[in-house]
Design a protein around this ligand. Structure first.
Ligand SMILES: *Cc1c(COP(=O)(O)O)cnc(C)c1O
Ligand code: SF4
Length: 407
């Protein structure tokens, strides 16, 4: 009979071996990628500040970041060398879709490798000219019972308060509306939406989104949150934003002091790649968390960016360190101009299956596909149930071991 301790030690060794490849990947990522990228970003920051004639304080001021957004090749080529064909591509894509990034987001990019994930997230590519896919796969027009409201569920809904964003993500599923204009909803339309929520007493959860609601000035954002909060039957308010990733300077003490007056308030962010989890981004998340705001992350699976089990694990473990709980991973929709980011459901499921067991349950979000025609979110789960009838159930563990339970 083997000693119990001996058995445990043997199992522990087996478990360690199970994670050895990831540990090696992580160590290599930190020394070869993160640390080098930090230095490169710092160099880019210096160059950008010099070009725009700014100071370190300017860099930390989101007004400065917004004012100096880079959205034309004439400025971009001051930093990145673009080939003839790349220049032509920028010209072609610009006719169809707008592009712009903050100096901060540009500083995270690789100036010589257009396939680096942050470049792919922020700068257009030829692939956007592919016309396959739909323009409005979410059919938002058919779930719009009042101004700027999307309602697909019995007791919760969305208010879209603006079409403006700090940077225009190349995978944006709302590109039909975003990036064409920076339009903030008028007070009349916001009031119409508020009135709708007041009149529908079953609505207990209001999600303020856009575009990016943190593009609104503090006062305007506060006036909306205040009105929503004042509705007695609204129990929780949520904000969806990507600025902690694309313009973390937006998260100021003034903002967090304002937000924390309206608890229970939740914020969901969108980080898509570990390269976005910079010191500045982590600090922005910490400030929000310190204001008592529970934070979630909504990643989108994107080919060439995060369709890799180790990248997802690294991102999600990094998010937890920044006190952000991975909430959803979205399956990419078939939106025109984003075909190149598409992955198959089976590929996403494999990554989800890997995560279970290999990392904290807290680092495992739900994998969601948004049903066409606004029918709502569908959770996609790896299959752990192999047989299931009145007398027994046959299951599979995270390692693929078979488990039988008889009733
Ligand atoms: C995603 C979404 C929500 C929020 O869904 P949760 O699963 O509660 O996070 C609400 N309304 C609409 C229209 C949505 O698309
Ligand atoms: S922040 Fe959201 S809405 Fe704005 S461009 Fe990115 S994905 Fe689209």
């Amino acid at each position: 009979m083997e000693d119990k301790r001996e058995i445990s030690l043997k199992r522990a060794k087996e478990l360690h071996n199970e994670i050895a490849d990831y540990l090696e990947f992580k160590e290599q990522y930190i020394s070869d990628v993160s640390e080098k990228r930090d230095l490169i970003s710092l160099k880019h920051k210096r160059e950008l500040l010099e070009y725009f004639g700014g100071t370190d304080e300017d860099w930390d001021d989101y007004h400065w970041q917004l004012k100096n957004r880079i959205g034309s090749v004439s400025v971009l080529t001051k930093f990145m060398k673009l080939s003839e064909s790349q220049l032509k591509m920028f010209e072609e894509v610009s006719k169809k879709y707008r592009w712009a990034v903050t100096p901060y987001y540009l500083s995270l990019m690789d100036y010589s490798d257009m396939n680096y994930p942050i470049n792919l997230l922020g700068l257009p590519t030829n692939a956007e000219l592919n016309n396959q896919g739909e323009l409005d796969p979410m059919a938002e027009e058919y779930t719009n019972p009042a101004a700027c409201i999307t309602r697909r569920y019995p007791n919760r809904l969305i208010i879209n308060v603006t079409s403006s964003c700090a940077a225009f993500c190349r995978h944006c599923q709302r590109r039909r509306r975003i990036g064409e204009c920076d339009r903030i909803e008028s007070e009349d339309r916001i009031n119409e939406a508020i009135k709708y929520i007041e009149d529908n007493k079953e609505i207990r959860d209001v999600l303020i989104t856009g575009g990016d609601p943190l593009m609104l000035p503090d006062e305007m954002l506060e006036s909306i949150i205040k009105k929503v909060r004042a509705i007695e039957h609204v129990e929780i308010v949520r904000i969806g934003t990507r600025v902690p990733a694309t313009m973390p300077q937006r998260i100021t003490k003034k903002l967090t002091d304002m937000l924390k007056k309206y608890h229970p308030l939740f914020i969901n962010i969108q980080f898509d790649h570990p390269g976005e989890l910079t010191k500045e981004a982590v600090k922005a998340c910490e400030m929000l968390a310190d204001a008592g705001i529970p934070l979630g992350n909504q990643m989108v699976f994107l080919k060439g960016i995060n369709n890799d089990k180790y990248i997802v694990q690294l991102l999600n473990e990094g998010l937890l360190k920044a006190r952000v709980r991975p909430y959803y991973i979205f399956h990419p929709k078939q939106v025109q101009g984003t075909k190149h980011f598409e992955i198959k459901v089976s590929e996403g499921l494999k990554i989800m299956e890997y995560l279970r067991g290999h990392t904290s349950g807290l680092a495992i979000p739900q994998y969601i596909l948004n049903a066409p025609e606004g029918l709502g979110k569908i959770p996609l789960l790896p299959n752990y149930i192999e047989e299931n009838d009145e007398y027994h159930v046959k299951l599979k563990t995270w390692e693929g071991k078979e488990v039988n339970i008889e009733y």
